[in-house]
Structure formats: structure tokens, C-alpha cells
Design a protein around this ligand. Sequence first.
Ligand code: SF4
Length: 493
Amino acid sequence: PSLRVGTLTAQIMEEIKSVRKTGFTMAPEAGSERLRRLINKGITEADLLDTAKKAYEAGWLNMKLYFMVGLPGEEAADVEAIIALAEKVRGFTKRRGQVTISVGTFVPKPHTPFQWEPQIGIDESRRRIGLLKKARKRRGIKLKWHEPRMSFLEGVFSRGDRRLFDLLICAWKKGARLTGWSDYFSLTPFLEAAKELDIELTDYLRAIPEDAPLPWDHIDTGVKKGYLLEERARAYALKRTEDCRRGRCQGCGVCDFKTIKPVTYIKRDEDQDLLHPGRSLFGQGKQAHTHHYFYTISYSKLGDARFLGHLDTMRAIERILRRSGLPIGHSRGFHPHPLIQFGDALPLGYESLGAVFSVGLTDVIICKKLIERLNSHSVDGLFFLDAVGPRPRKTLIKLKKRRYYLWWRGIDSIRLPLEETLDGDIRIKFTNTISFFDTRLPLPWPWNQKGPFCMVSTEDNERLRPEKLLATWFERRTIDVRFLRTLVVETIY
Ligand code: SF4
């Protein structure tokens, strides 16, 4: 696990140990107390050592510590302090224990108080990692580092400007592929591209004057530049800024305290209403963790949500489930994962009235309340329609039939009515009007438009792309997707 230092309680340790106990990770970021204060890490050495001691006492043998070299204001003593801290942590272990120091080079990021700071170059990064290699003497301390050439490139793109678009294309033409993977990484195509385009890459690593315009000035994250400058000054004065999730607001500018405000927990008082009568509260008792109740949930994906790809949709739904505070079950393996299974991927750009997923819960929930709870934590365009369950086992979600409606400006000259059945049971039919009225859906909903519409239905053909089918039918090479809306009106599993 990777936990905030100082938050590890005996109860949390017991919970973690009940599922797995691999390595234990802490991120002090800097070796010395002074530098941790400068970067506002808010952790003292005493906190770190106390957490490490508790972890060893609870049975962890392997500890991983994350650090950075090249932080603003770093001195040689701060680099040496990394080893000293690791040795103190190693001191708690029994003979078999191991401490791994994982070190990366500091990369200044836009929209942070350190966005004006310089980044150390490849040679300096190697030199500082070399100091760590030399200082590491004790057995049981292992050193790993992030490749300095990779950090160099990250630094270039982190604070890059629009000229880097050409650089990226040029490097790609010169063979740069999967650059983020260490086994494929090569700096050469980027250096060659920079030379060809007359771009000096090291310029992107320099300190930036505070009054200089920044390439990301037009992006408004809500955090004011003045606030970042104040924070930078506070960092150099070693003044701590409190975490607003636990302390007072620092006035960074992000929150309006109506729709945006810090939220650190969901109150559970209303959870009892969700349960079938006679059930215990979520998560109580051992049975709650070993028995799962599976629900199949259908949802609509409409409007701008059609631009969420399948993976993003999965992530959004997982977050909604977590935010809703429902008792999601987890697999029992070495790496437990939430028991959520999605139906077939909906192609990007398609809307749907009947996408489904299945989720395993650790308690029996009233279906209507389950849907209400999900909708109250959902985002625009994702609307939950029905829940079926509970079932004792998960059922395979296999697509049998889909019916699509397409609305596209280019087909308005078709003579109606027109109907045709193609090979493989694919039916195409044009219709002048369609109107959907589903009381479960939030209004307004933009599909009640003037036709003609094209209806395509298919069985057992999950790979069918109606727009491609129509393009072939009309003998056009492509259909301009800007003018096309595709809606899955019916899905049968
Ligand atoms: S509470 Fe909101 S506005 Fe205040 S510091 Fe935190 S994020 Fe910024």
C-alpha cells in the first residue's frame, strides 16, 4: 500500500493485511527535514520513522521509499540525508528485511508554485544519483532510479510550448515509439528532431522569470497565479501551508463552496434506507466480505457523454460507484479488484439507451434505491435506468442484439419508405419520425428531431458499425462523423 504518512492506524493495517501484504511504500520525497519543509510535504522524520516501525511490527519486511533529486534549494547534505533516512528505517527491520530507495529527478510542473524553477540536466541528475550510489553502504538497502534522460524529456514536455508539436511529429517520423516505456525509450529521435527544427531543448529546463508569459497562461484551472507566487515565497521561507482538506481554506481560488469544495468522506447515515429489511449495515461481520450479491445495471449514455471512450466510461462508473458509498465487493486474489464487469464496448461517439454492467455488492440493496443513489452521484450524460438482482453469481454479459438509429444530414434525400434486409440478418429501414419518451430519463433530451432517420438492427454482430455499413451502401468512402448521431435504442443480452 501507499498511504499518507501519519495516517496509518492499527485498524488500517489489519484491513490491509486481510487482503494482501506485499511491500510497504512511503513517499518522503526529500531526505532532510529542511527540504521537506521547503516542498511543503508536511511530514516530520519522527512521523516517518513511527510509521515505518508500525509497519515492521505489523509484519511487513520490505519497505519502499520514494525520493527526488534536484528539488529547488537542494544541497549536497540533502542528498546524503536520503541514505541516512533509509538506514534509520532499515534499522527497524529484522535481518531479512529490505529497504528500496526509489529516486527520480524533480520535474517542475505547470500550475504549481515551482513552475518557474529550473530542472537539473542529465549530467547533474546522474551526478546526484551517483552520490547516492556511493553513500549506500549497508546491506539490505537497494537503490533504484528513474532514467535521467527520460526525466529530461519529461521536463521538456512538462513546460513545453506549441513548437513541441512539430518536434513530436518529427521525432515520431524518426522512429520514436512507446517512449514512456523504458525498454523502448530512446532520446536520439528527439535530439535529431530538435536539431532539424532548430529547437534548443535545454531552454525548456531553465528557470523562468516570474513576469514572463507562460505557454499555459490561457488555461484557467481556477488557481490564481498570485497564489502560486505566494506559495513559492512561503516555500523558500520554509513556512508550512496547511492542507485545506484538514485545515482552513488557503484561498487558492478553486472552490466556489457551492458546487466545488473539498470533500473527504461521504456521510453514511442514510445507508440503512438502502438495505432490505433485516439486513445488517454495510461491511459488518465477516460474511459481508465473503458473500457477494450481483446486480445487472442498465444505463444510458447520452449527449456529450458519447465522447467518453469505453475505458473512460468504465472509470467514470467506477468513480460513481465509489462516490455513492455502495458496498462494492472485491475479488479475493493477491491483488483484489472491484467486482465490476462491463458489457460490450460502445464505439466512441455512439449514444445508448441500454448499456449494461454488473456489480457485486457485499449486501442486498433495494434496486430502486440503488438506482437513485447512483443517479445522485452521476455525471452529465450517464443516467442509470434499472437494476436487476441480486443474483448469487455473476452472469456473463454477452451481446445478442442491438438496434440503432442514425441521424445524419447526408441521408435526407432518400425516398421513403425504404427497407432492406442484408446478409447476416442486418436490417436497414428509413423512417420519417422517431420519438422517444422514457420517463426515467432526465429532460431535455435532443433525440426528438426531424428525420429521416435510419434504423439498423442486427443480431449476434457486436462488431457492426452502422455508419460504415451505410457508407458502403451509399458507395461513399467515409461518412463525416460530425454530422452523424448514432443511438443504440435497444440492446438485448
Ligand atoms: S478550500 Fe478550495 S479554495 Fe480553499 S484552498 Fe482548498 S481548494 Fe483552494
